[in-house]
Design a protein around this ligand. Structure first.
Ligand SMILES: Nc1ncnc2c1ncn2[C@@H]1O[C@H](COP(=O)(O)OP(=O)(O)OP(=O)(O)O)[C@@H](O)[C@H]1O
Ligand SMILES: [Mg+2]
Length: 271
């Protein structure tokens, strides 16, 4: 693994002001894609930052597919057509780009976007494949500025996630091979309103391993599984619209984004 890492580290001396961020974990189904979309949409549509998303999680390309579904809904439903018109024409907020590409092309695509686009991007989010065995995944992870890792309070999930965090810390972050300035775990799918004492015990173990964990946790909530549809006129997980104010309450998305903004040294009041 180490030699693979050494061989694959790209030259990251290029200066860039756009932050590269990924919700990354080796464990499947932890909420990487859903949280990428919720965070990107909140920062872009609610806070006014300019974001882009690069979806290189082959073969699902879940965010690209989500954007297609969101766009089709706007085309066929008058309510969402009106909402889109108001947002794009009246308020002047355009949709953020969602680019599909192969893992190898993720960083070149992002670099091209930062260098050639007339618009400045504050953040580019990457939805990457989970497994570190995918060729090129370590090299791409090394090019991120920050990594945020969703984890659930399941012993096996936590153990493998900690192994993942320690592997990246020891091989990329501590020896400064790449751009990563920080890796932060955070709890997702927390059952109930409050964290149980079990979380405290886990957090103690996490701290002993020198792994950082965010204060904000995301609750287990049905709204995370729902997409916008023509029956429901409230928006939660969408690539085209901000989260509905009622659904935002209790989702902890605003709190998560604020904590991430602090780490990224971005003004949490927005642009
Ligand atoms: N806090 C939450 N509460 C309830 N459901 C959630 C929560 N976070 C994510 N989910 C749901 O869990 C499922 C898996 O999430 P998602 O697809 O985002 O995970 P992923 O890490 O991208 O998975 P994959 O490994 O397949 O790429 C989705 O149906 C998503 O809506
Ligand atoms: Mg996914």
């Amino acid at each position: 693994m180490l030699t693979a890492i050494n061989h694959h580290i790209i030259n990251l001396t290029m200066k860039k002001e756009t932050l590269f961020v990924a919700f990354a974990t080796q464990k499947g189904g932890m909420g990487k894609t859903a949280i990428t979309v919720l965070t990107a949409s909140y920062l872009h549509y609610t806070k006014g930052y300019h974001v882009a998303v690069i979806d290189c999680d082959y073969p699902q390309h879940s965010i690209v597919e989500m954007r297609k579904r969101d766009t089709e809904l706007v085309m066929k439903d008058d309510y969402f057509k009106g909402l889109a018109y108001r947002q794009f024409s009246t308020l002047g907020i355009k949709a953020y780009p969602v680019k599909e590409c192969t893992l190898d092309m993720a960083i070149p695509t992002a670099m091209k976007m930062t260098e050639q686009s007339e618009k400045h991007y504050d953040i580019i989010f990457f939805d990457l494949p989970g497994t570190l065995n995918t060729p090129g995944v370590i090299r791409t992870l090394a090019a991120m500025d920050y990594l945020f890792t969703p984890v659930s309070a399941d012993r096996l999930v936590l153990e493998s996630t900690l192994q993942y965090a320690i592997m990246l810390t020891e091989n990329l972050i501590a020896p400064r091979k790449g751009n990563i300035k920080g890796l932060y775990l955070f709890w997702n799918m927390v059952d109930g309103r409050e964290k149980t004492p079990l979380y405290g015990a886990y957090e103690k173990a996490i701290a002993e391993l020198d792994v950082s964990i965010l204060k904000t946790f995301l609750p287990d909530s049905k709204r995370f599984r729902k997409e916008v549809s023509d029956e429901r006129k409230t928006v939660f997980r969408s690539t085209l619209f901000p989260v509905d104010k009622m659904l935002l309450k209790g989702s902890h998305i605003a709190e998560l984004v604020n904590e991430i903004c602090q780490i990224l040294h971005l003004d949490s009041n927005g642009k």
